[in-house]
Write a protein that binds this ligand. Sequence first.
Ligand code: BV8
Length: 246
Amino acid sequence: MPETSALRIPPDGRIVVLTGAGISAESGVPTFRGADGLWEGHRVEDVATPEAFARQPELVQRFYNERRRKLLAGDIQPNAAHAALAELDANWPGEFLLVTQNIDDLHERAGSRRLLHMHGELLKARCSDCGAVHRWQDDLTAEAVCSGCQAGGRLRPHVVWFGEVPIGLEESFAALASADLFLAIGTSGNVYPAAGFVDVVRQAGRGRAIEMNLEATVAAGWFDEQRIGPATQTVPALVAELLAEI
Ligand code: BV8
């Protein structure tokens, strides 16, 4: 039986990581449930829905155009937590999957490879007519044309809105059911099905679940352990513990 780590994770162990808005907070990306948790006076659930897009497409496009411009402006950079997860991805000999709820590209820019954006990506657009997904760095407007089917004004952000089915659930659930270690980093545990991931690990009865946050969340009772503090401190420390044992 290979030596296990202080975290009791064997070097061939399977690791699943879930990140939320909190891992990007120290990079300057605002979280959803921050001070007032509102965007321009709107609840995210009211602007990030297909109904809102049908009702007020300009408002919703503006919501995403502003976030896309900020992400591309240059002062938002990956932080030490993104870098530590990329190092773990590159050096962990066992199976590894990073599922992020975030639509920014900070995990990619830090070097993460085994990565799944369950709520989509801010720097991609999807054609409502032909379904094609395009990398997209400009504002999305009513005049934007799909390079696949040439339809005009049919491009929407390639993100999962409330009421829509997240991406890659089958792969995520399979990885969670066989995980030896599950880390939930910077997520409030408010949004499902991501908030239910820890329960998949518990039901499987095999993996250790650790919550890493500034504070204990509503889901704290479902985790084996809390690591309280800023992600830029707690994540590098935990990755160092894991890599020291292999
Ligand atoms: C689904 C993309 C069915 C867009 C997002 C009624 C009608 C319809 C659906 C529902 C309903 N009631 C409930 C639902 C389900 C709904 C839901 O959960 N609603 C909530 C509000 C109750 N979910 C859905 O609709 C999902 N789809 O259910 O489909 C289905 C499901 C399965 C199978 C078949 C069918 C789709 C949800 C996806 C919505 N899209 N994002 C966009 O980004 O604009 S969600 C969006 O909000 C984010 O992506 C993120 O996931 C979520 C915010 O959550 P967090 O990431 O946790 O961020 P938050 O700000 O809340 O917390 C930050 C945390 O970080 C805090 O705890 C803080 O303490 C911590 N932190 C801060 N700084 C730091 C830190 N930690 C460490 N270090 C720091 N420095």
